[in-house]
Design a protein around this ligand. Structure first.
Ligand code: M6R
Length: 612
């Protein structure tokens, strides 16, 4: 993961770099650092968050019109100051920031040690810095050539930027497997892991492709080459997002803001794609592949974390509506199996960031096997959106909180539209039923609004159970993925152990955990298996467990059994995840806040997991 920012131009680099790091902190916050050239190359770094770095440099020279900066999520070496980026080369003339993993670094390090190089850190990145210095020295070549030669010796993944005191008007960037965007200003250049640090300065960007090197020299046009040294023409695109979406907008945390944005993010996902009155649902990005999906042998959905939970909802939707067999796979498992995939299969990769390394590797595998691969991504221009044959964006807007909320409901929204469209094309749904679901889908944003205005119930329940050490989340059918998602939200931000289970599986093991201290969250909405879930609630109550239940408005039976209920409006069973997930997001949020946890930046996590 890690966030990288770089600047070259006529403005003071430091404020641009530090602001960029704050925006990229969601990618990691174990340590941070900055390198600036003001005649001399200086590197400053600290363990901990970007604010610590900002404080640390208060009495240092932060002048300079060129610089690179990094916020780290540790892979090689513990998160201390020595391992923080930027890394100097041994002669302290070169500095480098890097996101990714150099797999053959132990061999390279041994070779460099044999040639007299010393290392201050345990990182793979410092090896690369010294390798570049070594090449420059041996070949008497420019920084640009040295980076090119060095990268041809490297195995692994990287997004990196290199500067040298000896060529102080130049940034060299390279990408293979980790994201990198270049912003082109009037007389300056910006580089970052994603466009958020760049957008306030310029809308003209170039998304680098794998195995490309960019040479950015003051006063000269951007040059792009492949690492095989072939010239490429930079493809400049105009960014389209609104700066306000990157601010907290009066909310205490991004996560809370993003939870409350869901009526509008779902509306944005539906916009122009679903028109209930006309009986239209259509996703422009996959129109050319519709027949391929309709006639697919099977669909394989691949994703990680929350996106994997959205896929589970997708599985039920495609099976129910379009009668297409679906398998849902953890991308991290799928990539190392020998899955049975043919050219008649369609793979759908779901990812908020579009940068998840395991999902990218699973896409490569599926493509190798000849499958058609479609993406459902939130971040426009992301690696997954470009690695897939086609796809649909979720249009949820930037999600900054590490815990995914609005991205999940937007993913479910897009998968629902896809399944409905396939059902329509395949003729597996009567028109009247199709129209009914379309109308209900159109009403979802208003219903989400209603769920959000819960009169403080989620907060009150959070107060009651904030000190619990374990939680169980149970649901069946469409509500099973919601249970998994509810449990993930709680554990990742509050550090309370939580498990999600299909409610009926409780009696095969988890029931042993139930006692008076165990809160059990049931998603017990009106559906064909409601009575069965009611029985599961009774089983928990009989063992003195505490029951918190998400129920359909007006429910009396569960209300009579549960300790606390949260009502959601009546809707189609298949659309319940869009409503029922919201009180669970709020519950997790308030519990985490009450426990004093850093909600937007939970420990050990990062927003996009760009390493294995
Ligand atoms: O960006 P992606 O959707 O590919 O990310 C997948 C997971 O890393 C992500 O959903 C993670 O589980 C979230 N922190 C959950 O809130």
């Amino acid at each position: 993961m890690c966030g990288i920012v770089a600047y070259l131009g006529s403005k003071d680099a430091y404020p641009i770099l530090i602001n960029g790091l704050y925006k990229l902190e969601y990618r990691g916050y174990d340590s941070a650092g900055v390198a600036l050239i003001d005649n001399k190359l200086s590197v400053y770094k600290t363990k901990g968050k970007v604010s610590k770095l900002d404080k640390f440099v208060e009495d240092k020279n932060t002048n300079g019109f060129i610089g690179i900066a990094h916020t780290r999520w540790a892979t090689h070496g513990e998160p201390n100051k020595e391992n923080a980026h930027p890394h100097y080369s041994m002669n302290k003339k070169i500095a480098i920031i890097h996101n990714g993993i150099i797999e053959n670094y132990p061999t390279l390090k041994e070779e460099l040690k044999g040639r007299g190089y010393r290392f201050d850190s345990e990182t793979d990145t410092e090896v690369l810095a010294n390798l570049i210095e070594d090449v420059m020295h041996n070949e008497s070549c420019s920084l640009q050539d040295a980076v090119l030669i060095a990268l041809n010796q490297v195995v692994g993944a990287y997004a990196l930027v290199v500067i040298s005191e000896e060529e102080p008007d130049m940034l060299i960037a390279a990408r293979k497997g980790s994201p990198m965007v270049i912003g082109i200003g009037d007389d300056d250049y910006y580089i970052a892991s994603d466009a958020t640090p760049i957008i306030e300065y310029t809308k003209n960007v170039v998304y680098m492709n794998d195995e490309e090197i960019a040479i950015l020299k003051k006063g000269q046009p951007l040059k792009i080459k492949t690492i095989a040294n072939q010239d490429k023409t930079p493809y400049v695109q105009e960014l389209e997002f609104n700066l306000n979406t990157l601010e907290k907008g009066g909310y205490e945390h991004f996560m809370l803001k993003e939870i409350y944005e869901q009526p509008s993010s779902i509306r944005d996902s539906l916009r122009g794609r679903l028109r209930a009155k006309e009986g239209v649902v259509s996703l422009g990005g996959i129109v050319d592949f519709e027949q391929k999906i309709v006639h697919a042998n099977k669909i394989i959905m691949i994703a990680c974390g929350t996106s994997w939970h959205a896929c589970l909802v997708g599985e039920y939707l495609f099976e129910d509506l379009a009668r297409i067999p679906v398998e849902v796979e953890y991308a991290s498992e799928f990539r190392y199996r020998n899955p049975i995939i043919t050219e008649n299969d369609v793979v759908i990769a779901v990812s908020q960031s579009g940068e998840t390394a395991d999902t990218l590797a699973a896409i490569d595998l599926a493509k190798e096997k000849g499958a058609t691969v479609l993406g459902v991504c939130n971040v426009v221009g992301s690696s997954i959106s470009r690695a897939t044959h086609a796809g649909s964006y979720t249009h949820a807007g930037p999600e900054i909180g590490v815990a995914s909320t609005k991205a999940f409901t937007a993913q479910v929204t897009v998968l629902t539209m896809m399944a409905l469209r396939m059902a329509q094309l395949k003729g597996t749904i009567p028109t009247s039923r199709f129209m009914q679901i379309l109308h209900e889908m159109e009403a979802i944003p208003d219903k989400v609004e209603e769920v959000l205005n819960d009169g403080g119930v989620a907060q009150m329940i959070a107060e009651k159970y904030k000190d619990a050490t374990n939680f169980l989340y149970l649901g069946r059918g469409y509500n099973f993925p919601v249970a998994l998602e509810g449990a993930l939200k709680l554990k990742e931000i509050s550090y309370i152990h939580a498990e999600g289970y299909p409610a009926a599986e409780m009696k095969h093991g988890p029931i042993a955990l139930i006692d008076k201290n165990m809160p059990v969250v049931f998603i017990a909405t009106n559906n064909v298996i409601y009575e069965k879930v009611v029985s599961n609630i009774q089983e928990v109550k009989a063992r003195n467990g505490k029951v918190i239940a998400i129920v359909t408005k007006g429910d009396k039976v569960v209300r009579g059994l549960a300790d606390y209920v949260i009502e959601i409006p009546e809707t189609e069973d298949m659309l319940v995840p869009l409503l029922a997930s919201i009180p669970l997001q709020k519950l997790a949020y308030y519990i985490a806040v009450m426990r004093g946890c850093n909600v937007d930046q939970p420990r050990n996590l990062a927003k996009s997991v760009t390493v294995e």
